[in-house]
Design a protein around this ligand. Sequence first.
Ligand code: GLN
Length: 506
Amino acid sequence: MGSAAHIRDWGVGQIAESIAAGEVSAEAVAAAFLDSAVDLDDRLGAFLHLDREHVLEAGREVDRKRARGEPLGPLGGVPVAIKDSICTRDTPTSCASKILQRGGQTWLPPYDATVVQRLRRAGAVVFGKTNLDEFAMGSSTENSALHATHNPWAVDRVPGGSSGGSAVAVAARMAPSALGSDTGGSIRQPAALTHTVGIKPTYGRVSRFGLVAFASSLDQIGPFANDVRGAARVLEVIAGRDPHDSTTAGVDVGPIEQACGQSVAGVRIGIPEEYFGEGLDPEVERNVRAALDELADAGCVLVPVHLPHTRFAIATYYVVATAEASSNLARFDGVRFGSRVVPGGGDLASMYGATRGRGFGVEVRRRIMLGTYVLSAGYYDAYYLKAQRVRTLIRRDFDDAFGKVDVIATPTSPTPAWKLGEKLDDPLAMYLADVYTLPASLAGVPAISVPAALTRPTRDRPSLPVGLQLVAPAFGEALLCRVASAWESRNPARTARPPAVAPSRT
Ligand code: GLN
């Protein structure tokens, strides 16, 4: 029988297997994580909505199913926290924005996102909604209109973003797994900064139906967990073709979790020089290179490669993503959703202006203005069209590299977690944090961030997580998980816990 303190340290597989075997009830598992959230979340701010009774009842439902002898599914009784830009039926969904609130109430979606439906079908317990940068725009979770989220490795530091709440929920053992969304790095970068595993699937691997859209040609939903196997299992459940999202691919999902633990002998890993240059923190570089040396020791072959258009990725992304955002966010106009501000004049245009001016935060407004500008007559060719062309060049860089190697390895983030507030007034510095995650997003290829190490503490900086990013050709998630788990099994810091989490009492 697991004590609550132990259950919190269990991975996704161990939880599902223990419940299926009747060693622990799903209700007890739910209670252990709920207690952890009660202990910690005042300090960390990972959740925007967590309904204790609702979660316990979902656990009891799994227990009743087991009592009736019904199969529980691959995630039977496993709590999964959900980023608050993913629709959950009759449960508040805010996108961390004021614009979806009306009279103190947050919008209640009338339906579940496809990923949420699939989780429920696989027996998962939907475990609250997590904080994010408003509409997923940001790299630190400080752009949330509700509150910031703190990094459990150093509570005066950011957890990364935009899926910072999901990353922290998992890192601090408030949930064993979570869903995030990644448009330009929003799963991988917070995973790296919090010592968790995060996967951005291939574009088209996972349905976006019910994900509030930011940039539709880039957005993908993906999992967080404390180990590669756990993330792989959640990904298997949520992946696959969906008639509600015509961009989902009919490609077989195949076994992803099973690939974990398989030999990596002979796997060719490309090391792109462009990712190891200026701006890379020396401690991050040292640790990522050490992880790669271990993989070489496990039989991988390290091959230098080039991705020559990498330096254009930030500019390209911030044209394409803002253009798409300006169109997607047009629906928040005070008519159909959320709050409405009616100024004195009373005409429609001034209602739109007042509602959007009041309801959106400063970063969202900046993106809408930028996106509207690059799409406007006279500038479309110079910015948007050109960015689309450069996006093709970036995609070709990956095609060329994958002619020579099986996966590509890079640091996930150029630096470890920075202090809260440090980059808040400097959007360009914030955008630079995405330099290593944007190219795979623009190319549509899958990528994982797996913990690489904890930095050596110095006088100005405590020991902080560093992430290793692996990138594969389209639909190569199984290979990603295979290589990531080979490293994970050799990582001495694999089971390290953040200091904000009390050590197991038993
Ligand atoms: N940090 C990037 C941005 O601000 C990526 C966000 C994301 O992936 N949702 O746009």
